[in-house]
Design a protein around this ligand. Structure first.
Ligand SMILES: Nc1ncnc2c1ncn2[C@@H]1O[C@H](COP(=O)(O)OP(=O)(O)O)[C@@H](O)[C@H]1O
Ligand SMILES: [Mg+2]
Length: 238
């Protein structure tokens, strides 16, 4: 089995037509391997969120192909696509996106229950995922009773529960203070090291340093890729 979890091939995304058309992504090629965390950086409007939405099958590119664990998304029926999203993908957003009327554990187990897991198996997997982010004691808490950092850790647990192998995080630390943000990134890094693949959109170089590779977007084009050794010298100006 190939270790390439995500492959974007010649991905272009255009919004609108004619004079008002916006080219959000142009000819983007990107491979992400198992155990690899790729940071995506770039100015506001450069296409970072569009890239994640396309990678996660939430948006269909104008041209190009998205391949997740060998499956071409363009060849999947809507039902297969929904199933693949539930089973293989985890999203983490800046604003946590937890459901306020569900406990931390219920938020984490929801994707499993939607996928037909028995309640007991779902709870077991949910508890494991919460324990992995250090929140085993907060299973019964509601989002409002948790700090921002704790809520984001619940969101990470939800993103990886049941062995999801591709984690897509869009500025996950944007609403957190720097210490909490770094803690959340360490959790993300740990999950990737445990065998997932991840994309982290961030505008903070300090956070991108958690990644193995940094990809820069400008006006929808990928302008540079830096392996970690190179990235560190770039970020420190050495
Ligand atoms: N649904 C949409 N309709 C029209 N234009 C959009 C839409 N979503 C994003 N865009 C445009 O596409 C470009 C890239 O946006 P986005 O991917 O959100 O960038 P980033 O996340 O880097 O800030 C921007 O010019 C934005 O205005
Ligand atoms: Mg964005």
């Amino acid at each position: 089995m190939s270790d390439t979890v995500l492959r974007l091939i010649g991905v272009t995304q255009q919004y609108g037509t004619g004079a008002t058309a916006v080219s959000a992504l142009s000819g983007v090629d990107l491979d992400v391997q198992r155990g690899e965390l790729v940071a995506v950086m770039g100015p506001s409007g450069s296409g970072k969120s569009t890239l994640l939405a396309i990678a996660g099958g939430l948006a269909i590119p104008t041209t190009g192909e998205v391949v997740v664990e060998g499956a071409y998304l363009s060849e999947q029926s809507p039902r297969e696509l929904a199933r693949l999203r539930r089973r293989s993908l985890g999203f983490v957003f800046q604003d946590f996106n937890l459901i306020p009327t569900l406990t931390a554990l219920e938020n984490v187990t929801l994707p499993l229950e939607l996928d037909g897991f028995r309640a007991r198996a779902a709870r077991r997997a949910g508890r494991d995922a919460l324990a992995a982010v250090g929140l085993e004691g907060k299973a019964s808490s509601y989002p409002d009773d948790l700090s921002g950092g704790q809520q984001q850790r619940v969101a990470i647990a939800r993103a990886v529960v049941g062995g999801r192998r591709l984690i897509l995080a869009d500025e996950p630390t944007g609403a957190l203070d720097s210490v909490t943000g770094e803690f959340v990134l360490k959790m993300l890094r740990a999950r990737v090291d445990a065998g997932a693949a991840g994309i982290l959109v961030t505008h903070e170089a300090r956070h991108a340093a958690f990644a193995d590779r940094i990809v820069f977007l400008r006006d929808g084009r990928m302008v540079d890729q830096t392996r970690r050794a190179g990235a560190e010298s770039l970020l420190t100006g050495a």
